[in-house]
Design a protein around this ligand. Structure first.
Ligand code: NAD
Length: 362
């Protein structure tokens, strides 16, 4: 397979962590006989410095011409005083809008080797945590009409929550397709006991289920889901939900797994092209020190192989290599236990090299 990947190294630790992910992709390509080529794209603070714009049009075009986009992170204190529309983060928002990505997908996976970092009780963690939250990204209450009016001599604030059938159907499909690539269980989360938008959500999900007989669909109210994520997260495979519920549940899910440096995410739209990135920011406090954890970005590259390029074995190969390195006790500073018992400290590049050494064709 030949694929071109737009690579946005970004700011802060971005270039260091993306470099490791690219090295891993190169090794996977060599093992499995693929060709991955890379197109460098400037975005964020470095693009402001170079071009006076956090995402110049030609940079967005390079992303749109690619098969998928790999991003480190953007932003940092150097650009704090830049005016609103030119801020580094605006580049990211424009990229998401330009790519038309309406689905944000975040895995919540606990690595048994890092179980002690989870705030959950050992007996809950021991049952395993490995699920994916598919969140609708560009609809719902965050994108409805917001207004504050004066009524009966007091302020009244109104936020509109609307979803159309087609908006629900397209995110539902991402949920079903993702479940198909995993353990084939999809939990649709809503608040249908109260909200009309949720009743429509539930109806559309059940219509879609007829097209996916191999996927087991269940429904759960969002308040119950928030409880179940901490009580028994092992029950979930894929959760699909609307924008605001997904915003809250995905942050809850990332907390139960331990380190922010380990978690990847993807954003998908209509085609197979996606935007893949770690969930953390540019960590300016540790930039250039070769101590950042590159695993979230390396796992984002694995997600790209699984969900955009349909290469599940290659994705499994990367995840198995990460697991093997953790088994052998190597840890970057952010996941090193306080007493460091039985662990060996590794820098960013060294962690990349260790993962590459452990890549084995399945
Ligand atoms: P952050 O995620 O960058 O850092 C929070 C803490 O986690 C810091 O102590 C940092 O050192 C640590 N950390 C983060 N990633 C790490 C890694 N891979 N390895 C080891 N430690 C890691 O959040 P912040 O400090 O709030 O934001 C810094 C900058 O990043 C800001 O300019 C913010 O706007 C930007 N940001 C960008 C994105 C993105 O590009 N998608 C996302 C969030 C924040």
């Amino acid at each position: 397979m030949t694929r071109n990947i737009a690579v946005i190294r970004g700011d802060g630790i971005g270039p260091e962590i993306v470099e490791q992910a690219v090295r891993v992709l190169d090794r996977v390509a060599a093992l499995y006989g693929h060709t991955f080529t890379y197109t460098d794209v400037d975005m964020g603070g470095n693009a402001i410095d170079k071009w006076g714009d956090p995402l110049p049009r030609e940079m967005l075009d390079k992303c749109l011409e690619s098969d998928s986009v790999l991003l480190g992170a953007v932003g940092g204190p150097k650009w704090n005083d830049v005016p609103g529309p030119m801020r580094p983060e605006k580049g990211l928002l424009r990229l998401r809008a330009g790519m038309g990505v309406y689905s944000n997908n975040r895995p919540a996976k606990i690595w048994p080797q890092l179980a002690a970092a989870s705030p959950l009780k050992q007996e809950i963690v021991d049952k395993g945590i490995d699920f994916l939250i598919v969140r609708e990204l560009i609809g719902g209450i965050y994108f409805g009409k917001h207004e504050t009016v004066s009524q009966n001599a007091e302020a009244v604030a109104i936020d509109e929550l609307r979803y159309s059938e087609s908006e629900i159907r397209r995110i539902g499909r991402i949920g079903f397709e993702s479940a198909r690539k995993r353990r084939k269980k999809l939990c649709s989360v809503e608040k249908s006991n109260v909200l009309d938008s949720s009743r429509l959500w539930k109806k559309v999900m059940h219509q879609l289920a007829e097209e996916y007989p191999d996927v087991e669909l269940s429904d759960m109210l969002v308040d119950n889901c928030a409880m179940q994520i901490v009580k028994d997260p092992s029950q979930f495979d894929v959760i699909v939900t609307e924008n605001m519920f997904g915003d809250i549940l995905s942050d809850e899910a990332s907390m139960i797994t331990g380190s922010i440096g380990m978690i990847p995410s993807s954003s998908l739209g209509a085609g197979s092209r996606g935007l893949y990135e770690p969930i953390h920011g540019s960590a300016p406090d540790i930039a250039g020190m070769d101590i950042a954890n590159p695993i979230g970005t390396i796992l984002a590259a694995a997600m790209m192989l699984r969900y955009s390029f349909d290469l599940p074995q290659e994705a499994d190969c990367i995840e198995a290599a990460v697991s093997a390195v953790l088994d052998s006790g190597y840890r970057t500073a952010d996941i090193l236990p306080k007493d460091a018992a039985g662990c060996k400290k590794a820098g960013c590049r060294e962690m990349g090299s260790l993962i590459i050494e452990n890549l084995r064709k399945g």
